[in-house]
Write a protein of this length. Structure first.
Length: 400
């Protein structure tokens, strides 16, 4: 039988599903409820020095929908409103009640050594399992020269990581921002500064559009808006890319996240190098109970694959990701059209002719392929409303 148990830096996880640092971990009562429902751990909503003021706006959430389904989520919420003492007391309470659960303290402070180290000194006396340094919040905090303002600077990231590592008595993960041209640049920098692992990714900075009736921003606060952190399904490809890139440049553990809504997403993150995963938006949209499907689905998958644990799944996809220049130019697939499924609507013909190649021809009873004109791009297979086109090797590719 497979197991969901795993170990990272000596930290034992009963399952690889953690609540990310966000509204679902904003209180001890909330985390308590989540633990009762089966979550393997939680990253506390970012703890800050008590004198770092947090004044929220209303509203602060907006969504992007496709066919009635929420596929994107934007927030401009700030960090924890609770005091450091509140969290210290709460951590003791939770660890006593749930000794098997993993608790990670997300922290952020101004770029001052004593501010960061004061937080560490206090939290060192609690039974937390690790620290997560929030170098990546993309709204509100960068205006104060913290959050993403830290994570886009290798120099400042190195400085703070070294301050924390010099006194932290638990593993230190750095939460990286995707809002950079190359996430490996910062990852390599903080690794050299001594961090023990990475958390990736935080939200992607974006803007949720304009209401064309009112001509005001969709996320509107008294007529105005700002750029915020986007999450949910729309950021999943970015999260996949960033985790894979980090794995390709480092062997340190990765807490992977970004757009996870089901066990399949989580499994993909693990194949790309994540040791465990964190989830936020799916919980905000559907509640803590999603953990049941996540655990059952992943466990069933491991059993079907005859894998003992997620460690056998980890990194499997990484060797298959290479540079564009190294991809095989002799490998060529062609569209294979199932005449029984084909509705003869001609959409594939239209799209092919208007997207460069003009390789499909509509006949009276079928869609015909001109192999000499086809470049094997696969666009036709994606736009076919009947799912009648699959890409296949119709004849073996030649090689030099």
């Amino acid at each position: 039988m497979s197991t969901l148990k795993t170990s990272v830096l000596g930290i034992e996880f009963e399952n690889p599903f953690l609540l990310a640092s966000a509204p679902p971990t904003a209180s001890i009562e909330s985390i308590d409820k989540a633990f009762q429902m089966g979550w393997g751990g939680a990253v506390i909503k970012t703890i800050t020095p008590d004198d770092l003021e947090m004044f929220e706006v209303s509203p602060r959430y907006e969504t992007l929908k496709s066919k009635g389904k929420i596929i994107g989520f934007q927030n401009i919420e700030l960090l924890s409103h609770k005091s450091v003492k509140y969290w210290c007391d709460g951590i003791h309470y939770l660890k006593k009640k749930y000794p098997e659960k993993v608790i990670i303290a997300s922290i952020m402070a101004p770029v001052k050594r004593d501010e960061w180290q004061n937080l560490i000194h206090i939290l060192n006396d609690t039974p937390i399992d690790a620290y997560e340094l929030n170098f990546s919040c993309p709204h509100g905090m960068p205006e104060r020269n913290i959050g993403m303002a830290i994570g886009t600077s290798a120099e400042i990231s190195i400085l703070i990581t070294s301050w924390v590592k010099s006194i932290a008595n638990k593993p230190v993960f750095v939460k990286l921002t995707p809002n950079v041209t190359d996430i490996t640049w910062i990852a390599k920098a903080v690794e050299k500064a001594g961090c023990d692992g990475f958390a990736a990714i935080n939200t992607v900075q974006g803007f949720m559009g304009v209401n064309l009736d009112t001509l005001e921003p969709n996320l509107c606060i008294d007529g105005y808006s700002t750029y915020g952190g986007c999450s949910g399904e729309i950021v999943k490809p970015i999260g996949f890319k960033c985790v894979a890139q980090i794995r390709q440049c480092s062997d340190l553990p990765i807490l992977g996240m970004g757009g996870i809504s089901n066990w399949q997403d989580a499994a993909q993150y693990i194949t790309l190098g994540a040791d465990v995963v964190q989830i936020c938006t799916e919980v905000m949209l559907n509640g803590y109970g999603v953990i049941n499907g996540l655990k059952t689905g992943l466990l069933n998958y491991l059993n079907e694959k005859r894998m003992n644990s997620i460690s056998e799944l980890k990194n499997i996809a990484i060797p298959k990701i290479t540079s564009h220049g190294k991809l095989n130019r002799n490998y060529h697939l062609y569209p294979d059209i199932n005449d029984e499924k084909c509705g003869k609507c001609g959409k594939c013909v239209k799209i092919c002719s208007e997207s460069e190649y003009n390789a499909l021809i509509k006949k009276e009873k079928c869609i015909e392929l001109n192999k000499n004109a086809c470049e094997g791009c696969s666009l036709c297979s994606h736009v076919c409303p009947q799912g009648a086109i699959t890409m296949k090797i119709i004849f073996e590719p030649t090689s030099d």
